[in-house]
Structure formats: C-alpha cells, structure tokens
Design a protein around this ligand. Sequence first.
Ligand SMILES: Cc1cc2nc3c(=O)[nH]c(=O)nc-3n(C[C@H](O)[C@H](O)[C@H](O)COP(=O)(O)OP(=O)(O)OC[C@H]3O[C@@H](n4cnc5c(N)ncnc54)[C@H](O)[C@@H]3O)c2cc1C
Length: 344
Amino acid sequence: MPSDTRPDQTAQRTDVVIVGAGPVGLFAVFECGMLGIKCHVVDALETLGGQCSALYPEKPIYDIPGYPRIDAATLVERLAAQAAPFHPAYHLNQRVERVARRDGRWLVETSAGARLDAAAVIVAAGAGAFGPNRPPLPGIERYEGRGVHYLVRRADEFRGKRVVIAGGGDSAVDWALALVDVAARVSVVHRRAKFRAAPESVRKLEALAAAGRLDLVVPYQLARLEGDGASLAAVVVATLDGEERRLPADALLPFFGLAADLGPIAQWGLNLARNQIVVDPATCATNVPGLFAIGDIASYPGKLKLILSGFAEAAQAAHAIHPLVFPGAALHFEYSTMKGVPQA
Ligand SMILES: Cc1cc2nc3c(=O)[nH]c(=O)nc-3n(C[C@H](O)[C@H](O)[C@H](O)COP(=O)(O)OP(=O)(O)OC[C@H]3O[C@@H](n4cnc5c(N)ncnc54)[C@H](O)[C@@H]3O)c2cc1C
C-alpha cells in the first residue's frame, strides 16, 4: 500500500470515510454520529441503499428487529433519515479507487476525483461496487455516455432519437414503454420471444408491437456497433445461426442487470477469504490498522450475511474507531435513550 507524507491542501477532511452506502454503511453513519464521529460516504451507485435499492427495492424484509415487515426501499429511507441528524456527506455515482496512508491518516480517492482525508476508513462494500453488466461488444466503451447508456435519467434525452433497447427484464420493458411516445423509433432486442418482466407490462409491450408502434427484434442478440467512434450509427444484431440485421440507431440502452465487483478493494493489502475481508469480530478491525470492515464484506467465524448482523458490526466498529478520532479521550458507554439524538 502506498504511503505519502506530503501535506494535502485539496483533500476534504473528515473523521471517517465509509465505503458503501448500503444498509450497513448507512447505519454506521448513525453509530459513528452517536459517538461524535463525522462521516463521508462513497458509493458507486447513484442512490443510497446498496443491494436493497439495486436488487430488491419492492420486496418485503421480515427480519429487521421491530419491523414485522418492511419493504427494502422503505428500510433505506428510514436508515437515511436516522443518519440525517449527523449530516453525512454523500459522494454517489463514484467508486473508491485508492486508499493510502498519509501522515498517520488515510487519503481516500474516488473515480470522480474526490479526495478525502480521514482518521479511519470503514469498508461496508457488500459484494463490491455495483456496475452495469456490459455486453461484450468490441469498442463499446468509446460510445459509453454518448450513444450507449446503461441508465436513463430523463426520458426526454431520447426525444426524436432511434433507440435500441437490449434485454428481457423489467428495465428493458419499462423503458421501452416509457420511450415509445418520446423516441422516433424504439426497437427491443431480446434473445428469446418470452420476456421476464411484469405480465401487465409485457402485455402492453406486445400490444404496441402488434400495433406497429415499436419493433420486437427477437430472437436476436447484440453482435456489434457501427459508428465513427464518436456517434453511433447502427446496432447490428444476430440470431444464434448467424443471420444478421442492421438496426439504424442513435442510442443503445443495454439492460442486462448489475454486477458487483470487489475491484480496487482487492489491492488494499487486506486479508481476504473468498472475496470477503477477514476482521476481528470484537472490533471489525482488519489486518491494516485504521481500516475496518462491516456488513456482507466482513468475514469472521460464524458470520451471517444479514442486515441485522451488519448493524451490530457498525456499532462495534464505531466504538473501536473512537480512540483513533479522539486520541486520549475517554469513551463512556451510553444508551441512546440517555444521550438522545441531535435534531435533523
Ligand atoms: C434478493 C435479496 C433478498 C435479501 N433479503 C434479505 C432479508 O430478508 N434479510 C436480510 O437481513 N438480508 C437480506 N438480503 C441480504 C442483504 O441485502 C445484505 O446482507 C445487505 O444488503 C448487506 O448490506 P451492506 O451494506 O453490507 O452491503 P450492500 O447492500 O451490498 O452495499 C454495499 C455498497 O457498497 C458499494 N461499493 C462497493 N465497493 C465500492 C467502492 N469501491 N466504491 C464505492 N462504493 C462501493 C456498492 O455499490 C453497494 O452499494 C437479501 C439480499 C438479496 C439479494
């Protein structure tokens, strides 16, 4: 791991950087806040909530203490509200790329250029940073952000454009329905005729295709892109037998789900066991002093990958970090009922 002792004027100073804004990272903001520790939180996703938001926002969870049943998205909202009185700074849509020891503290650098200077780092990174599953098309990266988009922020960006949507799940079908009245033409490419989306949405999609309002290009898969490297001209699709079709296009929206990638974390000198970080369960400290790990990414004997285990680990880590943030200060254990919380 690199070490650097130069003074750094540009980094934002805080007490703790939390890598990952999943449920456990969010609760760590609260636990740190209760001990007077300020946090910055970085996540590769553009929303809070980790797996709860990315994989199952509408599913009910039944094993959060005190909630007989709570939708994953609602749990995330509640956790964000619980963290809010401690004013965390969120850096979303960017990955933590590097952590380096600097003058006894940590310098954390993100893919968007944020530089954060902290006494400790809590890695609450789940299974790793979420990112889109990219179709294996030669040269696709040249068009990403200008023609190829894995996320739609505003439907209006595609007004009057010829849009090719690839995929057979809810995102592909929902965006086809949303863009049909906005885009000049929508084509939906899927490797088979059956879609894995909500039945009502699939019925609407098929009705629009039958009415000639959009094209269902099935059973085809993406084969290659055509364009001058700056703007897209066409998407070429092919059947398994190799029969090709050329779809003139201004935009390609591939919706093949999200994949988690441990990515840079594997380079931080941490003891890893099967893609998890080995920690001391009493403190959640890793083998690298000042780096802690909690939630799904933390490993110790008997570890259960449950949100409630991660919540307890957040409390352990916050207490273990207190002396790093406030050297020499006594930490008296107190219940939240005694301390209360600041007003949001
Ligand atoms: C379908 C499904 C149902 C589930 N049901 C339940 C249930 O009923 N009860 C239960 O307790 N658990 C359930 N789980 C498991 C639960 O979701 C996880 O235990 C929980 O999300 C772990 O939280 P976390 O904060 O540790 O990690 P995550 O939720 O995985 O969040 C980690 C975050 O870190 C970010 N990240 C990683 N690396 C970086 C980096 N380098 N830079 C920036 N950001 C990074 C990721 O983008 C991600 O947002 C379920 C999981 C699934 C998939």
